[in-house]
Design a protein around this ligand. Structure first.
Ligand SMILES: Nc1nc2c(ncn2[C@@H]2O[C@H](COP(=O)(O)OP(=O)(O)O)[C@@H](O)[C@H]2O)c(=O)[nH]1
Ligand SMILES: [Mg+2]
Length: 258
């Protein structure tokens, strides 16, 4: 059975590896015989490292907005984030010209701009939310301590709350970390008691602000679930991303290349 225009939004904190993974996952899909296209939604991207098929910078560019409105980078980022919504119909028009199994969306470097501005809900609705999935990247440099891990999970919760879309959770850049750290994060993602105990051990007297019930709620919302280790450097995890997205949209049916 063939599906078309499934949208995967790669979302994560700045530097978590969204752009690199967008490109590497496209290369992986191509090798498997699947068509895919990439959309860059980051108006501030200076070097993407790949040529997106559709690029928001054609219409909205951070340095031009800074100049035109006499703004610093922070103010201009906000204007850009809102202008995404004004130009998204152009993106949609171009998208209509492609026939692809997968549309890989590389989101803005500063995640909070995409998460909190109303424009991003317009973007998601316009491009089509029926067949969209969020791929949330846990940056291992943040997630390797318990409070970093929990903070990222709460960010994921915020995304789920804002967009109400299915979400898959990936641990990115795993080639950069040691096996002990990797196993620790994977264990936390499967065992909230272990996460809680490690948190208590490392956080000393600030534990008043945190309790086990919160982790139970996050787990019951399916926000703490087994992380998929990925690396754009080694290619680890690409097949697993495919399988996860498959499960979201196809209830596990196999998808044969067109
Ligand atoms: N070693 C390694 N570096 C990575 C990986 N993914 C991204 N990077 C590097 O991390 C930095 C940030 O990546 P980028 O994709 O631009 O992150 P973004 O801000 O989330 O789009 C870049 O220098 C990348 O080369 C990975 O899987 N392994
Ligand atoms: Mg990027």
């Amino acid at each position: 059975m063939e599906i078309q225009n499934v949208l995967i939004y790669f979302i994560g904190t700045a530097g978590s590896g969204k752009s690199t993974l967008t490109y590497k996952y496209q290369q992986w899909l191509t090798r498997q015989g699947f068509d895919s296209i990439t959309i860059n939604l980051d108006p501030g991207a200076e070097k993407l490292g790949y040529e997106p098929d559709i690029d928001i910078r054609e219409w909205v560019k951070l340095n031009e907005i800074m100049e035109e409105y006499q703004l610093g980078p922070n103010g201009a980022q906000i204007v850009c984030a809102d202008m995404l919504a004004l130009k998204i119909n152009e993106v949609k028009k171009l998208l209509g010209g492609f026939k692809s199994n997968y549309v890989l969306v590389d989101t803005p470097g500063q995640m909070e701009l995409f998460t909190f501005r109303k424009a991003s809900t317009v973007v998601i609705d316009t491009l089509g939310s029926d067949n969209a999935v969020l791929a949330f990247l846990y940056d291992p440099l943040i997630a390797s301590v318990p409070n970093g891990f929990v903070s990222l999970t709460m960010l994921a919760a915020t995304l789920q709350f804002r967009f109400n879309l299915p979400m898959v959770s990936l641990l990115s850049k795993v080639d950069m970390i040691g096996l002990d750290d990797l196993n620790k994060m994977l264990d936390w993602s499967k065992d909230i008691e272990l996460l809680f105990n490690d948190y208590m051990e490392t956080s000393g007297d600030v534990t008043d602000h945190f309790n086990f019930e919160l982790l139970k709620v996050l787990e019951s919302m399916e926000l703490i679930k087994e992380l998929i280790p990925t690396s754009s450097e080694t290619g680890e995890g690409m097949a697993e991303i495919y399988t996860l997205c498959q499960n979201v949209f196809m209830a596990g049916d196999d998808l044969t290349p067109s």
